[in-house]
Design a protein around this ligand. Structure first.
Ligand SMILES: Nc1ncnc2c1ncn2[C@@H]1O[C@H](COP(=O)(O)OP(=O)(O)OP(=O)(O)O)[C@@H](O)[C@H]1O
Ligand SMILES: [Mg+2]
Length: 449
């Protein structure tokens, strides 16, 4: 049962309101002056306050009510408050309620409107509390992840990315191959580094081979090494990446580019830890954790006979899907700020442009755009123009803003339909209460007594 605290110096007002709300299953507390009211608030669980604006019999300025309201706000920023005010002080009351979860009604009040306002504000308060709780729970989860694991400075804010990081950290300790899939520039290499840093072999070497950066005929020699004379130009014996990574991690980037012969050998190392250098019969044994990454559609390559199915199932025992940057939009601004110089900031227009751009090149493209803007901007504030993002075709024809906003008639009709309860009228119009108040001010719509 929600608890209401009534603060009014007039005993008959307290009595009338007590009866009204007790009948509706509220618990009601009362206080006859601001001090007693604040004391009750400090000692009891209160869900909503209804307060008068004048307390001493000979004052009508509303100053005491205003001071009380501010004291309540200072102690309980989210507690809903309803101001009961004489018509002459409506202006001051309107200014006050703009500050947050609050409403005002003129005396003498209308029972129906007061009841509706109480219900509205309690619901609003509930939503607000749930939101706060969710934010706090998110932050706690983030701190737990940061405390428990080495995240190598990976920047993120989006829940989708957090899921990826959680999975990467969970699988890091197990000695199984991990395949990281995701589009170009999305941050796959960073995920590989996190897996390595939290693995049982984190003190061992971390060796990277980009299978896309070498001609097919050299990849095998890179991976497995070669004896002198194994191929044209191989004048000396050389160690391959597998040997270099012994006791540590081998990161095979762009695994989709590994030729079929190399794929077969790789499969064998993954199964047995054994391989031979090119041109050699001597079998070598290593212990290597393999992490691979690709932006290729491996299942499609399997269908075309370009990738071995058995290798695929070996590699993707654990598969981590890193979504494109546009699918985890909450990462965009934190990443952008991360790439800026410490003394630089983003203007509002720049933030909006960054959020709206689809980032086909993902984090790499974002990093390049910010680095370029950061170097060329003349001011410490980076604007949308500094970013030089390619323009996009607007998806919908633009509608003049004013046509989207409710006009005087719509607002007055909505307020009348909801007996003057602003929260309900605002909900019907699809506006926040604050936005509706602003619009009313602009159109000079007063509130009926
Ligand atoms: N979450 C992140 N926090 C900080 N830097 C990031 C993050 N994600 C990506 N980067 C940076 O963006 C750039 C591209 O990331 P990365 O090389 O890991 O992408 P990739 O998925 O491996 O791309 P490709 O498929 O082209 O190899 C790198 O400079 C990397 O440091
Ligand atoms: Mg990469």
């Amino acid at each position: 049962m929600p608890t209401l605290l009534l603060i009014d110096d007039n005993p008959s007002v307290l009595k009338a309101l007590s009866i009204l709300f007790s009948l509706q299953d509220y618990r009601v507390l009362t206080a006859e002056d601001p001090e007693a009211g604040l004391a009750k608030l400090a000692n009891d669980e209160v869900d909503l306050v209804i307060q008068d604006m004048n307390f001493a019999a000979d004052t009508t300025s509303g100053a005491e009510g205003e001071a009380l309201f501010r004291s309540i706000r200072a102690r309980h920023p989210d507690l809903p408050v309803i101001l009961l005010t004489a018509w002459t002080h409506l202006d001051a009351a309107v200014q006050l309620v703009k500050a947050g979860a609050a409403d005002y009604l003129s005396k003498p009040w209308d029972d129906r409107r007061l009841t509706a306002s109480v219900q509205n504000l309690l619901e609003l308060g509930q939503v607000q509390r749930e939101l706060t709780q969710r934010v706090q729970a998110d932050q706690a989860q983030r701190r737990a992840l940061e405390r428990q694991f080495d995240l190598r400075g990976y920047v993120w804010a989006d829940p989708l990315t957090e899921r990826v990081l959680n999975l990467a950290c969970q699988v890091a300790r197990a000695d199984v191959p991990v395949l990281i899939r995701g589009p170009n520039g999305a941050g796959k290499e960073g995920i590989a580094a996190i897996i390595q840093a939290n693995s049982a072999v984190k003190t061992g070497p971390m060796i990277t081979l980009n299978c896309g950066a070498l001609p097919a005929e050299l990849i095998e020699a890179e991976l497995f090494g070669a004896d002198a004379g194994a191929y044209t130009g191989a004048s000396k014996a050389r160690e391959g990446k597998f040997e270099a990574a012994d006791g540590g991690t081998l990161f095979l980037d762009e695994i989709g580019n590994l030729p079929l012969a190399g794929q077969m050998k790789l499969l064998r190392v993954l199964e047995t830890g054994r391989f031979e250098r090119l041109g050699s019969n001597r079998e070598r044994q290593v212990r290597v954790r393999v992490i691979s990454a690709t932006n290729a559609d491996l299942p499609a390559m399997i269908k075309r006979g370009q990738f071995r199915e058995d290798l695929y199932y070996r590699l993707n025992l654990i598969e981590i899907q890193l979504p494109a940057l546009c699918e985890r939009p909450r990462d965009i601004l934190p990443l952008a700020r991360h790439f800026l110089r410490a003394d630089q900031v983003l203007s509002e227009s720049a933030e909006q442009a960054l959020r709206q751009y689809p980032w086909p090149g993902n984090v790499r493209e974002l990093k390049n755009a910010i680095t370029r803007a950061s170097l060329l901007a003349r001011d410490i504030t980076i604007t949308a123009e500094d970013l030089h993002l390619p323009a996009r075709e607007p998806v919908v024809a633009s509608v003049p803003r004013d046509d989207l906003e409710p006009d005087r008639e719509a607002i007055e009709t909505a307020i009348a339909r909801h007996s003057g309860v602003i929260a309900q009228a605002a909900a019907e119009l699809g506006l926040s209460r604050q936005a509706l108040y602003r619009r009313m001010d602009r159109l000079g719509i007063g509130r009926a007594p």
